[in-house]
Design a protein around this ligand. Structure first.
Ligand code: CP
Ligand code: NVA
Length: 307
């Protein structure tokens, strides 16, 4: 595994290894035990979109592992404008042991990785958000135990980057997933095809439909994300109307199993995709979910840089 770009590229064994390592790193960090597995290693981070969780957890995570992560000023670096993506990749590979990128076009991530001699981490593209989804299945395992096959997970909302990576992650760890989106906002066909193939191998079911009620009924996990992702701000008003029946509120959530967990990658637009009643309820695990980004990403870094 040279890069971390899509969960689809990982074997189920590699996913398991990262999740177990994350659990170990979490225990060590909680006990205050040193775990400087990446002493003197470094990472260059390019953020072409805003970030709180991803940036802070990678920066602090790298520091806890004994290394250094630096955030590059994207205006100054001018990826693809001041300098070609290939030349940036080749240059950063001479200084840093890993490169992280959050950007719009997924192709940019691929091009960076093709030209870098060090591992490249996808910290969100318009197509995928693998760091999020891997950490989310870690959270589900923590909350629901390792017998994931008996679980029913519902993703309700936009068939976006988070949804795509969750489909891949669910297939790798064996969680049955139902995705409910409005018509025209389903996950991308090419991603669905690959995820369904992975699901078939794993012997689990991924269903794509348009009815949020069917998805929520009997769910053990309800997951949602914003209706308009970063870069889609102009569509916000139109989407708000279309997505209203997909709001995770008390009425929808009462269809789930009583001990269901509510998940959201955050940032949340309270009152749109989720009401305060749900996100602030005892069923909500969104801040544990946010914290686990730190532990799982540290495991990804160790796996990439130490093998
Ligand atoms: N969930 C997530 O990736 O959060 P940020 O956009 O704040 O990094
Ligand atoms: N789908 C959201 C996720 C943010 C973490 C976006 O791309 O804006």
């Amino acid at each position: 595994m040279k890069d971390f770009i899509s969960i689809h590229d990982l074997s189920a064994g590699e996913v398991e290894e990262i999740l177990n390592l994350a659990a170990d790193l979490k225990t060590k960090q909680k006990r205050g035990e040193k775990h400087e597995y990446l002493w003197a290693k470094s990472m260059a981070m390019i953020f072409e979109k805003p970030s709180t969780r991803t940036r802070v957890s990678f920066e602090i995570g790298m520091w806890q592992l004994g290394g250094l992560a630096i955030n590059l000023d994207q205006e100054a670096i001018g990826l693809g404008s001041r300098e070609s993506i290939g030349d940036v990749a080749r240059t950063l590979s001479r200084f840093a042991d890993a490169i992280l990128i959050r950007t719009f076009s997924h192709q940019k991530v691929i091009e960076l990785a093709q030209n870098a001699s060090v591992p490249v981490i996808n910290a969100l593209s318009d197509l995928l958000h693998p760091c999020q989804a891997l950490s989310d299945v870690f959270t589900i395992r923590e909350k629901k135990g390792k017998n994931l096959r008996s679980l029913k997970m519902a993703y309700i909302g936009d068939g976006n980057n988070v949804c795509h990576s969750l489909m891949f992650a669910a297939a790798k760890v064996g969680i049955n997933l139902t995705v409910a989106t409005p018509k025209g906002y389903e996950p991308k066909g090419e991603i669905v095809l690959r995820a369904l193939e992975d699901a078939r191998h794993a012997g689990i079911e991924i269903a794509i439909l348009n009815d949020p009620v069917v998805a929520a009924r009997g769910a053990d996990v309800i997951y949602t994300d914003v209706w308009a992702s970063m870069g889609q701000e102009k569509e916000k008003t139109r989407r708000a109307k279309t997505f209203l029946p997909y709001q995770v509120n008390a009425e929808l959530a009462q269809l789930a199993n009583p001990n269901y967990i509510f998940m959201h990658c955050l940032p949340a637009h309270r009152g749109d995709e989720v009401t305060d009643t749900i996100i602030d309820s005892p069923n909500s695990v969104v801040f544990d979910q946010a914290e686990n980004r730190l532990h799982v990403q540290k495991a990804i870094l160790v796996k990439l840089l130490k093998g």
